[in-house]
Design a protein around this ligand. Structure first.
Ligand code: FAD
Ligand code: NAP
Length: 339
């Protein structure tokens, strides 16, 4: 028995909002057999099991009456290499940004636009993490997940994952799949994606004319550090709302009263609106009530100034949702996973 199960553990260090709730039981899984032990323990004691990684996409609104299993498995290996490309497999508990950095150090490109995203490799497929015009679906090879209902291992191909905008099959079949390891298609020949507004501009500011993947990563880290709060300093879970995709007619109606509307055309004649822009227009930027607030630089990010509870943050989020619906007729969907 290698799994150490503790009881009545504060989850404050394990969620980037820094919300202080307690887990009835808590353990860290370093191996597949730890995961199986945790599942057996949960079944034997009739407990729910909540798997977490870095806790950077969670809003915990109450004590967790379950076994919280934090994925801490480590390991990165190249499983296939030929013609300038490689398939790289990483264990679920690998921290995401150091993994990206290690790939760049090995000369492998594809993940550079996803630099500085907090969290773990195993959680990345959950919402098909994306930033600066790249999503993990663009470099995804396959993954191995444990079916918590049957205890069997299953391989997921790209098609099996049903990746969408901040979405995947894993988000819909909540609690069924425990992702153990993920494989990526990376390349020794750079395929850069620079066409997302601030990226080229930042590279130009830095005087870089022929960028490498490492340059792109550094530029993106610089952009992110300028406008996003560091969870180690100010509790947050990144973007709190997804960017809404609306009909062109609704976007046009909003534009009549708000000519500066930030909107990007989508397939099917739809428009993606920048949720942060809507929230800012509605006057929420920098709003604070108690210790729950809206970040002063990026309105899409809710922040915990210290002792906000999950409920305080959820109430603020609901007020913002209601206001945006009333003002613009747009429904905002929350991005973090609520427990
Ligand atoms: P957690 O928060 O621990 O878990 C998230 C969900 O995944 C939970 O439902 C959990 O049960 C489930 N889960 C975790 N691990 C596993 C596993 N191994 N198997 C099955 N289910 C699992 N996201 C983006 O997409 N793009 C960004 O640019 C971005 N920027 C961010 C910036 C900041 C400052 C912060 C705080 C967050 C940001 N995020 C971003 C959100 C977040 O970092 C990502 O969604 C990340 O992938 C979450 O990883 P995690 O390990 O912290 O997951
Ligand atoms: P931004 O550059 O201020 O842009 C605002 C929004 O407009 C973004 O959300 C982005 O949508 C969209 N956008 C900008 N340029 C676009 C283009 N060329 N084509 C299509 N859509 C475009 O955004 P930001 O808040 O600073 O974030 C920068 C990137 O990091 C974004 O990709 C964002 O998703 C990601 N990010 C995500 C989180 C999170 O927690 N999910 C947190 C921080 C940053 P998209 O979001 O669809 O890209």
């Amino acid at each position: 028995m290698s799994l150490q199960i503790q009881s009545n553990v504060s989850l404050k260090p394990f969620n980037t909002f820094g919300v202080d709730v307690r887990a009835r039981f808590f353990a860290e899984a370093h191996t597949d057999s730890d995961v199986r032990e945790a599942l057996a323990y949960a079944a034997e004691h009739e407990l729910e099991l909540l798997v977490v990684g870095g806790g950077s996409n969670l809003l915990l609104t109450a004590d967790i009456d379950a076994l919280v299993l934090r994925m801490a498995s480590r390991g990165i290996r190249i499983t296939h290499e030929d013609c300038g490309a490689a398939v790289v497999e990483a264990e679920a508990g690998e921290p995401w940004h150091p993994f990206v950095q290690e790939m760049l150090a090995r000369g492998l490109s594809g993940l550079e636009n996803l630099s500085l995203i907090p969290g773990t490799v195993g959680a990345a497929p959950m919402q098909n993490i994306g930033a600066y015009g790249v999503e993990i679906k663009d470099v995804f090879h396959s993954l191995v997940a444990l079916d918590r209902q049957t205890g069997e291992l299953r391989e997921f191909s790209l098609a099996d994952c049903a990746f969408g905008y901040r979405d995947s099959v894993f988000k819909h079949e909540t609690g069924r799949w425990l992702i153990l390891r993920v494989r990526f298609n990376l390349s020794f020949a750079a395929r850069l994606h620079l066409d997302y507004g601030p990226v080229r501009q930042k590279l130009e500011e830095q005087g870089i004319k022929e960028p490498t993947p490492l340059h792109v990563s550094r530029a993106i880290c610089a952009i992110r550090s300028e406008k996003l709060p560091d969870p180690a300093v100010l509790g947050n879970a990144g973007s709190f709302f997804k960017n809404p995709v609306v009909t062109a007619a609704l976007a046009e109606r909003i534009k009549q009263t708000h000519p500066g509307l930030v909107a990007y055309p989508q397939p099917g004649g739809l428009m993606k609106l920048a949720a942060g822009w809507l929230i800012e227009q509605a006057g929420w930027k920098g709003f604070r009530e108690g210790d729950a607030g809206v970040h002063t630089l990026q309105s899409l990010v809710l922040v915990n100034y210290g002792s906000a509870s999950g409920h305080d943050l959820l109430n603020l989020a609901r007020r913002i949702q209601a206001d945006i619906l009333e003002r613009f007729g747009v429904s905002l969907e929350m991005e973090p996973n609520l427990y």
